[in-house]
Design a protein. Structure first.
Length: 766
């Protein structure tokens, strides 16, 4: 049985390969989501559910000014006639269309709780009421004038419009947001007056490009206001490509108080931000919780906590019905710069953020695509011209039908008695009327249905007046339909009237500014760093501390004390010429023994800590080694981000780095500043600091010439005419002598002068 050849599956009209079926089914599903749910139409800017909501509410008579009805009744009408889906999807879409903090121009007037900008949900639909807003007429006023096509609803019992006859480009006015299969849309809202002016300009001059249209539409205009700080060049690229992002920050004012105090009042927030969200972010940073899987707060969390607590004294939300947004921030100290205060808050919270822009929509060709600004406006203008043409044709048809009726009435106006006689005596009055007076079937039917009083003498004058008016209108309509220029003038006139009625001032300020960045993660405070002989490090707050009671582990002792700032980097220099960088805030504080430096960095094999350095990036240090070479380096060149460090000084075998010497700016230009190098063979040389080079890394220049086996044990700089020399005699006796600089002066790289001491040189002191 296994040897039987497999029978191939027949492929034809009744059969389809599984792979082909799956591909077709997925594409049909994807297009159903794209066209039926997620993407708005360029014509009216609405998704299907939004379009059905508006049409159903108009059909119910819920226009602006009408008595509102329960939202549940509206949702029931929508589901029963047009949208056979869940009630939650319809009600959620309806709620969004009523939120003035979400839509730039709300289309539904919601009565009751329709949610808040803080993320509170709307009340159940049995509690709220709704009706249309006046601006919804921009979408619905021409719906019954033959302007758009209608299709059967889901069960064929009713008809619904394919699109709404929008009088303005609503897709830009209110924007849209949605996720489809394989694509998404994020269209920001824009100002009605600006968009209308741009559309009029493009209608007058079709050759305008997107860059030209930006003279009318500089940027989006969000419902909540705010300030757009994105550069104009980036905005232009966004509108030309149909994709990008907009950087938006909150708007605020500095309120001066008594005794030099001040506070910040935030009155407008970026999109997707709320007062509660910002308060929650500040609470999370000032009262952090350990991250998942951790028992303690990370150093970053501790730094951020200290930064925010040192910055903010109080923050509260004073928003109410009169002030939709009012956030009050009080600084810890009035000496804090307001600009620095707000820069930190914006960098740390949602007071500043990006708004994605992705201009994807269904085009007039019924295909989804990403479009630039000109394409959107041009496609909408094409739709509008078609809509107005259909409206004019529909009206012309009505006028011609009415004229035909009126002409029939005028024919029989002077022969009323004869008309009555024909009707009374005829078995087929319609046919006899048509024969007697030369009427068409439509005219004869009208005469039979009309009241006789409408053919009285007074009514005759009205007939002639209406006939003349309709003939004039017929002439105007024919001109508009035949002359594209006149038609454009009509469209422009109507757009200008709508702009005058519904236009308003821009809410979002467009003013380029630098992005808020956190330049420091900790408060700028004095700190003292303590390094032990065995490489343990700790920190203490403040300067000029009494360290006499500082304790160390058994067998350890003080190696170096360094005063700095918490915002300065700490550079660790090892004995083999490599440097490593730490944040001062990462170094443990308190009165403990600290931690080994090797636990904070990846110290290379065979090396130990030579010294720690700190200061501003342009702080200079004299680096030297036991082989008699050295150079001047900037602290910024020694700092780095790599935990394994970077090579700064090159050494030969057996050489070691000597403790660095701080060199201040004044010393670099002072001809009296000398470099003093001493060796373990009791020789010394002093030469001008200016003879050394400033280098980022390397071996440097020769400081002093050494004999075989001789090493440099100390290098320092001084402007004094003499220095103190300390030596140890053969029997351990310590001696201090004064050494005049003139005795050891010479050129850099020379052998130096022997020191007249009996014992072993321990060191020099400025």
């Amino acid at each position: 049985m296994n040897d039987m050849p497999a029978t191939p599956a027949p492929v034809g009209e009744d059969y389809l390969l599984l792979g082909q079926y799956a591909e077709r089914a997925y594409l049909e599903y994807a297009m159903s989501v794209v066209k039926g749910r997620a993407l708005p139409e360029v014509s009216d800017g609405q998704k299907p559910v939004q379009r059905r909501i508006l049409y159903a509410m108009r059909d119910m008579g819920l226009t602006a000014g009408a008595k509102p009805v329960k939202s549940a009744r509206v949702v029931g009408e929508i589901l029963g006639k047009y949208h056979p889906h869940g009630d939650s999807s319809a009600y959620e879409a309806m709620v969004r269309m009523a939120q003035d903090f979400t839509l730039r121009y709300p289309l539904i007037d919601g009565i009751g709780n329709f949610g808040s900008r803080d993320g509170d949900g709307a009340a159940a639909m049995r509690y709220t009421e709704a009706r249309l807003t006046p601006i919804a007429e921009l979408l619905l006023s021409e719906i019954n004038q033959g302007t758009v096509d209608f299709v059967p609803n889901y069960d064929g019992a009713f008809e619904e419009p394919v699109s709404l006859p929008a009088r303005l480009p609503m897709v830009l006015l209110n924007g849209a947001s949605g996720i489809a299969v394989g694509m998404a849309t994020e269209i920001p809202p824009h100002n009605l007056a600006e968009v209308t002016q741009a559309a009029i300009a493009l209608l007058k001059k079709p050759g305008l490009e997107t860059a030209d249209l930006l003279a009318y539409i500089p940027a989006p205009d969000f419902a909540g206001g705010g300030q757009i700080i994105t550069p104009a060049a980036d905005l232009r690229q966004m509108y030309e490509n149909g994709k990008g992002s907009v950087r938006v920050r909150a708007r605020y004012e500095i309120e001066k108080l008594a005794r030099g105090q001040w506070r910040v009042i935030v009155t407008e927030l970026p999109p997707n931000a709320s007062a509660q969200k910002i308060l929650a972010e500040i609470e999370e940073q000032t009262n952090p919780k350990p991250k998942a899987g951790k028992k303690q707060l990370s150093q970053d969390q501790l730094n951020t906590k200290k930064l925010m607590l040192d910055l903010i004294e109080k923050v509260r939300d004073e928003s109410d019905g009169e002030h939709p947004v009012r956030l009050v921030f009080e600084p810890k100290s009035s000496r804090i710069e307001p600009d620095n205060f707000m820069n930190t808050l914006m960098a740390q919270t949602s007071l500043e953020g990006n708004v994605s822009v992705n201009l994807v929509m269904m085009g007039t060709d019924n295909r989804p695509a990403q479009k630039n600004l000109k394409t959107i406006l041009q496609e909408w203008l094409d739709f509008r011209v078609t809509t107005v043409t259909r409206r004019l044709q529909f009206r012309l048809s009505q006028v011609e039908k009415r004229l035909h009726i009126l002409e029939g009435r005028l024919k029989v106006f002077l022969h009323i008695d004869e008309v009555i006689r024909v009707i009374r005596e005829s078995d087929e009055p319609k046919t006899d009327l048509m024969a007697a007076f030369g009427l068409t079937e439509i005219q004869a039917e009208d005469i039979l249905e009309i009241r006789l009083r409408q053919l009285a003498r007074l009514e005759g004058f009205k007939l002639e007046k209406e006939l003349n008016e309709l003939q004039e209108e017929q002439g105007r309509l024919n001109i508009l339909l035949s002359d594209e220029g006149e038609k454009k003038k009509l469209i422009i006139k109507e757009m200008q009237a709508d702009m005058k009625q519904f236009g308003d001032e821009r809410r979002t300020l467009v003013e380029e500014a630098g992005r808020a960045t956190l330049t420091q993660t900790t408060a700028d405070e004095p700190v003292t760093l303590i390094l032990s002989n065995k490489g343990w490090i700790r920190s203490r707050a403040g300067h000029h501390l009494d360290l006499s009671q500082t304790s160390f582990k058994e067998g350890d002792g003080l190696k170096q004390v360094l005063e700095g700032r918490t915002v300065w980097p700490v550079v660790v220099l090892d004995t083999l010429g490599r440097t490593y960088t730490l944040d001062a805030a990462e170094i443990p504080g308190g009165r403990g023994d600290g931690v080994p430096v090797s636990s904070l960095i990846e110290l290379q094999n065979g090396a130990s800590v030579a010294a720690i350095l700190t200061g501003l990036p342009d702080q200079h240090y004299l680096l030297s080694n036991s082989g008699g070479y050295g150079f001047i380096a900037k602290l910024g060149d020694m700092a780095g981000r790599v935990k394994a460090g970077k090579v700064v000084m090159s050494l030969d075998s057996g050489e070691t780095v000597l403790p660095p010497v701080a060199v201040y700016a004044a010393s670099l230009i002072n001809p009296d500043c000398k470099v003093v190098a001493v060796t373990d063979d009791n020789r010394a040389l002093a030469f001008a600091l200016g003879e050394l080079k400033v280098m980022a890394k390397g071996r440097g220049l020769q400081l002093i010439s050494l004999a075989d086996g001789e090493n440099v044990i100390q290098v320092l700089t001084t402007t004094a005419p003499s220095i103190t020399l300390e030596s140890v005699g053969k029997r351990g006796a310590e001696r201090k002598e004064t050494l005049e600089m003139v005795e050891i002066e010479g050129k850099r790289g020379r052998k130096g002068k022997p020191l007249a001491i009996a014992g072993r040189l321990r060191g020099l002191f400025d």
